[in-house]
Design a protein around this ligand. Structure first.
Ligand code: F6P
Ligand code: MG
Length: 441
């Protein structure tokens, strides 16, 4: 059998990877620099002269990074000691070894897109940790919070929907429950439109009530394995002995509105007894602009709890309780902010792989997770998802993702070609979505 195909890369001039490296990544860096500028007086108030020096230093490191990117310089090793520095530098050596024959060096417009894009976010983090006392500053926090505040109306509608549902959840028959489960799954899928890296850091929020649009959005679901998720979890529920557990793991993506949709899904899983425990995984450092960190996770739950709206606040209170009681567990791991594809997890992060193996189902939110599941390669559209996972089968997995990168597998013959003919950029505009499942049925 032939190995996986080549990585997506900015070396393919005109591809989405190319446009990202050429335009979107420098834009994100420019925004980050601007954010530091705007926080100057805050740094001064907090840390005095030292704060100002730190701001200058971080800005100069980020400007240097932007210049390296735009002039396609070789990718250089990380210098500042952090938990993952050695793994990053080993990965860079590995990329180097792939090029040894051609005497080349890993570069922004030559190396795999996934690698260079992750590397940029890791270098942003390096610039910040090299600039104490502002070394705990989350350069993207403002944008994440803004997305949350701008989505208030939709969040109110969602929390109200959930709380109304709670009143009758015990009385729902199988079909009604399945229906409600499918609704929150779709809400969580379309919540993934709210990623802030695709827009170059401009906020995209959910201004309308998503629940009313679900029917209209159905034709845009290209792979729909929701039924598999239902059979898996409803079987777990039927067979479950009194004291045993069903654990669903959610590998989170973006904070803000998307995170709220994921928490609504997680709450429904518990209250319907389709699951008894949820593990969430977030990022250890600010990542791809809008990804969820522990701080974002706690911040959002606190915001909801203190809302003036009774159902929103009820959600906040309930969710804090789930955490207190250990029904919800938030975990982070440095693996999620490494450049490796997930098939490398057993070697690179065996502890995390062993943890995931204990789940009954793992939901991977978002586009970046999909790229890492499939190795971000130029797969043919019809290659089975199982094959593209390249041996990554810790437990049954499902990707819940809107498409924002030129990788998609598991389509019907002709489906991809038809889409290309009618909507040439269907892979990258975030308008289409998938529920793609892999696991025994
Ligand atoms: O290219 C769009 C992009 O910035 C990709 O780099 C990345 O895969 C994606 O957006 C992030 O989206 P998500 O938040 O869904 O993972
Ligand atoms: Mg994201």
């Amino acid at each position: 059998m032939a190995g996986p195909p080549v990585f997506l890369s900015a070396r393919d001039v005109g591809s989405f990877a190319y446009l990202t490296v050429k335009d979107r990544l420098p834009q994100i860096l420019t925004k980050a620099i601007d954010t530091l500028h705007r926080h100057k007086s805050e740094f001064f108030e907090k840390h005095g002269e030292k704060g100002l020096e730190a701001e200058k230093k971080a800005i100069s490191l980020l400007s240097k990074l932007r210049n390296e990117l735009q002039t396609d310089k070789p990718i250089v090793p990380l210098v500042e000691k952090f938990v993952d520095t050695d793994l990053w530098n080993q990965y860079l050596e590995y990329q180097q070894s792939l090029l040894n024959e051609s005497n080349g060096k890993p570069r922004w417009f030559l190396s795999p897109w996934l690698f260079v894009e992750c590397y940029m976010y890791r270098r942003i983090h390096e610039a910040i940790i090299q600039s104490p006392p502002i070394d705990d500053f989350d350069i993207f926090k403002e944008l994440k919070d803004q997305n949350f505040f701008e989505s208030q109306e939709s969040i109110i509608a969602l929390c109200t929907h959930l709380q109304e549902l709670m009143k009758t959840i015990e009385d729902l028959d199988e079909n009604q429950l399945k229906n409600e489960f499918f609704k929150v799954l779709q809400i969580s899928l379309w919540g993934n439109k709210c990623d802030l890296s695709l827009s170059g850091g401009k906020t995209i929020s959910q201004k309308t009530n998503l629940i009313n649009s679900l029917e209209d959005l159905k034709p845009f679901i290209l792979v729909n394995d929701m039924e598999h998720l239902w059979s898996l979890l409803s079987n777990c529920k039927k067979k479950r002995e009194k004291a045993s557990i069903t654990r669903v793991d959610i590998v989170l993506d973006n904070s803000g509105f998307e995170l709220v949709t994921d928490l609504v899904l997680a709450d429904l899983l518990l209250s319907s007894k389709l699951a008894t425990e949820i593990h969430f995984y977030g990022k250890m450092i600010p990542w791809f602009v809008s990804d969820t960190t522990l701080h974002d996770f706690n911040w959002i739950i606190k915001q909801l709890k203190h809302s003036n709206h009774k159902w929103v606040s009820k959600c906040g209170v309930d969710w804090e309780n789930h955490i207190k009681m250990g029904r919800w567990v938030y975990l982070d791991h440095m693996f999620w902010t490494l450049p490796h594809e997930f098939s490398a997890m057993p070697q690179v992060a065996p502890d995390l792989y062993a943890t995931l193996q204990k789940a009954h189902l793992i939901l991977f939110k978002g586009d970046l997770n999909y790229r890492k599941l499939t190795g971000d390669r130029r797969w043919e559209f019809t290659i089975p998802f199982h094959e593209a996972l390249n041996g990554f089968h810790p437990a049954p997995v499902c990707s819940i993702r809107t498409l924002k990168a030129e990788v998609q597998v598991g389509l019907q013959p002709g489906q991809g070609e038809q889409l290309t003919a009618s909507v040439p950029n269907w892979l990258t505009i975030g308008k289409y979505g998938i529920f793609q499942f892999d696991g025994p049925l």
